[in-house]
Design a protein around this ligand. Structure first.
Ligand code: PLP
Length: 284
């Protein structure tokens, strides 16, 4: 079955779908995006993803090409046409196509592309059971990573470095030695004293939707939670570490830069947060 994409008002087979070579996403990375988990055919935490998309659009001053109810309908249609049961829906909005020039074009209409795909849930379950490894790198991204923008070259390079080092994710570390986040995930530790810690929304990280829901899950589990920055040295001493994102939920981290975290095995807090996530997340 060939995959179907929604491209600027039309549903097209991927092989036939395309956008202009003048699209500013292609030329400048001038656009924003979202990735939402699909589970049992339902969108997970859709409201939070749409709220973040609206914030990203407003921060980069792109007008929404569809109303929110229309966008919700199209997201469902793309999920249905691709028969996605467990997987993701990806949606990106660009400033549109115009002759190359840096200032905002006067006439371009914002562009939108939506795709969806199935993911094999067994892959994530295997990662969760074994735990994953992370490596670290200086955070050399632009100063506004709280915007979910299409400019992801530093993230791409960081993810590739992780893979080449036999790891699954790279954690970025700021100049003061504090962990910011992963190349496509938020970063967490459980301290030696048993406190669950993740960095606050201080502008240096993406406000992860999964992060927000996991904070609610932690409260339900009765975990002691602290929203504060933690250093890499503290992570080396942590009892547990984990990463979160919409497509991976919560994955336990068993090694950082080749050093085992805690016992070097997935820990109980990471396992519990993962197990309870979908009870708390909203299905729509
Ligand atoms: N941080 C970065 C840099 C990301 O790219 C992502 C997701 O792609 C996240 C965090 C996690 O965000 P969410 O939980 O909304 O997927």
């Amino acid at each position: 079955m060939s995959r179907i994409a929604y491209v600027n008002g039309r549903y097209l087979r991927h092989g036939e779908a395309g956008v202009s070579i003048d699209d500013r996403a292609f030329v400048f990375g001038d656009g924003v995006y979202e990735v939402c988990e699909v589970r049992g055919g339902a969108l997970i935490d859709e409201d939070r993803h749409l709220a973040r998309l609206a914030r990203s659009l407003s921060l980069v001053r792109i007008a929404a090409p569809l109303t929110e109810p229309a966008l919700r309908r199209v997201l469902r249609e793309v999920v249905a046409r691709n028969r996605v049961c467990d997987g993701l829906v990806y949606f990106q909005i660009t400033r549109g196509a115009a002759r190359r020039d840096f200032p905002f074009p006067l006439s371009a209409k914002p562009g939108i592309v939506i795709t969806a795909k199935n993911l094999d849930p067994r892959l994530n379950e295997a990662r969760a059971a074994e735990g994953i490894k992370v490596v670290t790198a200086p955070d050399e991204r632009w100063a506004r990573p709280h915007i979910k923008s299409l400019q992801l070259l530093p993230n791409v390079l960081a993810k590739q470095n992780a893979r080449e080092a036999g790891a699954y994710e790279t954690w970025f570390v700021d100049k003061a030695g504090f962990v910011t986040e992963g190349s496509s995930s938020n970063a967490w530790i459980v301290t030696a004293q048993g406190r669950l810690v993740t960095r606050p929304l201080d502008g240096a990280i993406l406000p992860g939707v999964t992060r927000a829901t996991l904070i609610e899950v932690a409260a339900r589990l009765g975990l002691v939670f602290e929203e504060r920055a933690f250093t890499l040295s503290e992570a080396f001493e942590a009892r547990e570490a984990l990463m979160s994102s919409a497509t991976t939920i919560a994955l336990p981290i068993v090694a950082i830069d080749g050093r085992p975290v805690g016992e070097g095995q997935p820990g109980p807090a990471a396992r519990a947060l993962r197990a309870r996530f979908h009870d708390t997340a909203r299905r729509t």
